[in-house]
Design a binder for this molecule. Structure first.
Ligand SMILES: [Ca+2]
Ligand SMILES: [Ca+2]
Length: 224
């Protein structure tokens, strides 16, 4: 949901949106400013290179600057907490869109094995890129062509040979969708190849040895 910070806002405030996702937790930077209004609180955040959110207390006119919010399982009610940017610029996530699908994606700068890629995504509070819909496959093609490279995606048959599961929720890849997203003759690696990457030549998926060093994609939802 996209909610403008203040529809009548001018200047700095119009660059912020109200945080409405209760699973986003405000992380204070340790900078508290008092005796200023909401607009100047926003300006202070924009001037501070570590600031991506701010919380403003109307009653006390207290302004708290914050870093990028973190996702948490517990819910929080946000009172006058605003954020700028749809994707985390610090962690180098960028916004991608295909049809109705909008998400934040990070392409790793270098290659690594599949388990390390999974762990790196998790450390960002993200998941390895999943290929569950045609829109996600289209986006993958866009990203793959942009970087002209191959990328691990979050799909593996490491638990049970030839039963491919998405790594984010363990759901099983259907037979029909498997035919659509794997390249010709793939997957063909048997028990030796249990991890899946996007291939730039076929623009489809292939299985390979999990210890190989491909780049990998992490994904996160957009903030708003
Ligand atoms: Ca396999
Ligand atoms: Ca293969």
């Amino acid at each position: 949901m996209c909610v403008p910070g203040l529809t009548s806002a001018v200047g700095s405030l119009s660059q912020f949106w109200l945080l409405t996702d209760p699973h986003l937790k405000f992380v204070p930077l340790g900078v508290e400013l008092s005796g200023i209004d909401q607009l100047n609180c926003a300006r202070s955040c924009l001037r501070n290179s570590s600031c991506y959110t701010f919380a403003f207390n109307d009653a006390l006119h207290a302004c708290t600057l914050g870093s990028w919010p973190v996702r948490s399982n517990t819910t929080t009610v946000h009172v006058n907490t605003f954020a700028t940017h749809l994707c985390n610029p610090v962690a180098q996530f960028s916004l991608y869109q295909s049809g109705d699908v909008r998400l934040c994606v990070r392409a790793s700068p270098g290659g690594d094995n599949f388990p390390n890629g999974q762990a790196a995504c998790k450390a960002f509070g993200a998941i390895m890129y999943t290929t569950k819909t045609p829109e996600k496959m289209n986006l993958l093609k866009t990203i793959g062509k942009q970087y002209n490279d191959m990328f691990w995606v979050g799909l593996t048959d490491i638990e049970t040979e030839n039963v491919f599961k998405y790594t984010d929720d363990g759901s099983v890849l259907s037979d029909s969708w498997r035919k659509a997203i794997f390249g010709p003759g793939e997957p063909n690696g048997g028990t030796g190849d249990n991890c899946v990457y996007w291939d730039r030549t076929t623009t489809l998926l292939m299985d390979d040895t999990c210890s190989d060093g491909y780049r990998f994609l992490c994904e996160m939802p957009v903030l708003f």
